[in-house]
Design a protein around this ligand. Structure first.
Ligand code: IFM
Length: 804
């Protein structure tokens, strides 16, 4: 079943049926002011932190309420509805609506009772408040009088948890008053006699506002109960039913902002008004509302700017292939998903309530990879930040606080860090993610000088980027398990594998092996001979260990427990076949050709499903070893044999690196949101963003997906597609182009911005191969291989590649 479609030209997903199987949401704003809005206007807002800057309330794990509600009431018939289908929820026979989720804005159109409304929710560029711009048109043949009411439910405390659970405190610090055209909420209003900069118990007065521009306020309300009425809900607030709000503020208990205006509309007439929400002092709030006096012009301009900015960001890599699903994901939705994950990490969604007040080291270092080809300057800022969260022993801080202070942080070796973050120990893989990320950045930009940039460590001292990477190698070297492979420590990529300091992880061993290959390129560049020798020797030794210990006839095992028992061997009753060691054996370059093909074949046979490859098989149930935490999940769920979507990116990449375009693309399609638009009732999640996992074949809900938007899947699949399927493989000296595509693709085109040049690449495949190279012509000159050295790049570079 489908609920909407992709509008490729506008880069919008258009929801045509509002009764979607889950809230389908969009992200608005920036790190200064974030807002999440669903197709039924549910959602919340926050300044800076989802945990500590919560402005609008949202009840998690409920039916998508409350939200940014706009109610319309016909004052003659007294009938009322909302500009989004919910919360009033009129009969869909008579109420028609569309929700357009675009790049950082959401538009909702509704037609009911011959009244057309269009509300556009957005956060203007570089501003830290939100706008709900509404246009109402009378399509009937008579004059209509409508009361339009905007409703914003403020939290009583900026700390999300305090607002929800500490009622004996949070309810008694809030007051709302009316100021001309806005509701002003004050928290700790009783501290208004404090001087600027003074505080009591770290508290001072602060303000939120809900304002109206473009029309006069006819009535207002600042008290939730007074607005809704006892035993009423958001679907039938008393204030809306009566057409007049109580003109009462709140003093204790629950605050809100509600503003009503009466619009008279002649037949065919349109009127525009704008509601505004923010966390601002009274004077600034007044100025903001005043700025929207001519809301029609101001909002139009702001929306255009926003679209121009985001479409500009996405324009740096655009493709035209025979697959509309692939095009829409790579050109718009996967790319936008990468930006959102890059910005919000795992802080705020309808699943993450914001309480994790920091960046997970591995998550963020991986997230960066998804935007390098689009916004390398943005990426490098965060690479610097993450390098500054590396401890001087080479390990990463498991959780990097949003208040991170390089050079002055405690580490997992300090009880204080453990107590504050809840992370008791280092993880084996964290800093190893730096290698592909730094390499991809330097190769994309050619900025090899970055290697010499000096960056502080998290706890003390500083070093060049090159030295930071050497320390990451040293961290693994200093944390080896019983056989001499990297220890599993508190976890590797898989949070549910506690292998400890004596256990060993094949995945980390493969990452470590790969890290040495990458670092050798840097060492070669720096002519660091001694270190090259060290790397050569260590890598050879490690390679032999992995080959001797981890290859098990037709697969790589997953590792060793603390007592040296093998995890993931062919004969194990459970979890005898794992996905990641197979894909990473290829990505790392460790597997020889025969092993690579055999291991990938086994994945295809044993793990692949119509929704993607499961993480391992069979699920843990009766035979889990002590550190196999996955057993706590239902079979077929998350790390316990779920289709962990992040790993799809790696299997796509591995197959593509082997030149298996058919399989690589097959894996993409199985788990691509856009490819499931017609079976949305099974997937449930938005068909335009990735989820953390899809329930595997062991689940009765096989195919259902969870944990929308903020997932490492966005970046791994992006890399799998761009570097793997499309074959964009930059290195220090230029760009290699080695696509692995479905055989049926005859031709496709790529527009890529690369090192200040605009590349227009046309790939021809007349012989219908899945990979291969026949010839390449760059600006009319035939090159002997599929590699464009930097010196051949011109401002506009025309590339023709013949695969066959
Ligand atoms: O790798 C982790 C990630 O850091 C958090 N979510 C789960 C993944 C797999 O366990």
């Amino acid at each position: 079943m489908r609920y909407g479609y992709f509008d490729e030209a506008k880069k919008e997903y258009v929801i045509t049926r509002p009764d979607t199987p889950a809230p389908w949401v969009n992200y608005l704003g920036s790190p200064e002011y974030g807002a999440i809005v669903s197709n039924n206007a549910g959602g919340y807002s926050f300044a800076k932190s989802g945990a500590n800057g919560r402005i609008l309330r949202y009840i998690f794990n409920q039916f998508d309420q409350p939200g940014r509600y706009i109610y319309l009431r016909d004052n003659e018939s007294k009938d009322y509805w909302s500009a989004s289908w919910q919360p009033v929820g009129k009969d869909l026979e008579t109420y028609k609506s569309e929700c357009h989720h675009g790049t950082a804005y959401t538009k909702m159109m509704a037609d009911y009772s011959e009244i057309h409304s269009e509300v556009r929710y957005y956060v203007p560029l570089e501003r830290s408040y939100e706008v709900w711009s509404l246009a109402v048109t009378n399509y009937s043949e008579k004059k209509r009088e409508l009361t339009v009411t905007g409703y914003a439910e403020f939290t009583n405390n900026s700390n999300y948890e305090q607002d929800q659970v500490n009622l004996q405190y949070s309810q008694y610090i809030t007051q709302t008053v009316f100021r001309g055209n806005r509701v002003r909420q004050m928290i700790h209003a009783n501290l208004d006699r404090l001087e600027e900069g003074e505080n009591i118990d770290n508290k001072n007065v602060f303000n939120r506002f809900f304002g109206l521009a473009g029309a006069d306020v006819n009535s207002w309300c600042g008290d939730k109960e007074s607005f809704l009425g006892r035993y009423h809900g958001y679907n039938n607030p008393e204030g809306v039913i009566t057409g007049k709000l109580s003109n009462k503020g709140n003093y204790n208990e629950n605050s809100c902002g509600a503003l009503s205006t009466v619009l008279s509309l002649a037949p065919g007439e349109t009127k525009e008004i704008t509601f505004l929400v923010g966390m601002k002092g009274d004077a600034e709030a007044g100025e903001i509302v005043e700025h929207y006096k001519n809301c029609q012009d101001v909002c139009k301009k702001e929306l255009e700017e926003l679209i121009e900015y985001w479409h500009g960001q996405l324009s740096h890599f655009q493709i035209r292939t025979p697959s509309p699903e692939f095009n829409t994901m790579i050109n718009t939705w996967n790319a936008y998903n990468c930006f959102m994950t890059f910005i919000w990490s795992r802080a705020a969604s309808f699943t993450y309530c914001g309480l994790r007040n920091g960046y997970g080291y591995r998550d963020t270092v991986q997230d960066i990879q998804g935007v390098i080809h689009l916004a390398p300057e943005m990426a490098v800022e965060k690479i610097r930040f993450m390098l500054s969260a590396q401890v001087d022993n080479g390990g990463g801080l498991p959780l990097v606080k949003f208040t991170h202070n390089p050079g002055h942080e405690d580490t997992p070796d300090d009880a204080s860090y453990v107590q504050e973050t809840g992370h008791p120990a280092y993880r084996a893989d964290d800093a190893l993610w730096l290698f592909p990320t730094v390499y991809k950045y330097v190769s994309e930009t050619g900025n090899v000088a970055f290697m010499d940039e000096v960056i502080p460590f998290a706890n003390k001292g500083e070093a060049t980027v090159y030295e930071h990477l050497k320390r990451a190698i040293a961290f693994s070297e200093n944390h080896l398990g019983k056989h001499g492979m990297p220890a599993g420590l508190y976890a590797d990529w898989n949070d549910c594998l506690r292998l400890g300091k004596d256990g060993e992880s094949t995945f980390v061993a493969l990452q470590y092996y790969y890290a040495m290959t990458i670092l050798r390129e840097f060492a070669d560049y720096k002519e660091d001979k001694e270190y090259i020798e060290y790397l050569n020797e260590s890598q050879k030794k490690l390679g032999k260990l992995i080959q001797d210990l981890c290859w098990n006839e037709d697969r790589f095992i997953r590792g060793f427990t603390e007592d040296g028992a093998v995890i993931g061997k062919r004969t194990d009753p459970e979890a005898n076949m794992w996905l990641n060691p197979q894909s990473w054996a290829v990505i790392s370059g460790l597997a020889d050709d025969a092993q690579a093909d055999l291991a990938l074949d086994m994945v295809y046979k044993r793990l692949n499903t119509e929704y993607g490859a499961i993480l391992m098989d069979p699920p843990y149930h009766a035979h889990a070893f002590e550190g196999a935490l996955a057993v706590i999940y239902n079979a077929g769920t998350k790390e316990n044999a779920g289709i962990f979507s992040q790993s799809q990116g790696w299997i796509i990449l591995a197959e593509a690196l082997r030149g298996h375009g058919e399989r690589a693309f097959g894996y993409f399609m199985e788990n691509a949101p856009a490819a499931q638009n017609d079976r949305a009732e099974i997937r449930r999640l938005e068909p335009y963003c990735y989820g953390q996992f899809t329930e595997g074949k062991a689940s009765p809900n096989f195919g259902r997906s969870h944990v929308h938007w903020l997932t490492g899947t966005a970046s791994t699949v992006m890399v799998g597609c761009v570097e793997g399927i499309l074959g964009m493989r930059p290195d220090f000296g230029g760009l290699r182009i080695a696509p692995s595509v479905p055989k049926e693709w005859d031709k496709f085109e790529i527009d890529k911005d690369f090192r200040g040049c605009k590349l227009h690449i046309t790939v021809h495949n007349p012989g219908h191969v899945e990979s291969g190279f026949k010839k390449m012509i760059v600006n009319g000159e035939e090159l002997g291989e599929n590699y464009i050295p930097q010196e051949k790049l011109t401002e506009i570079t025309e590339v023709e590649l013949f695969m066959s």
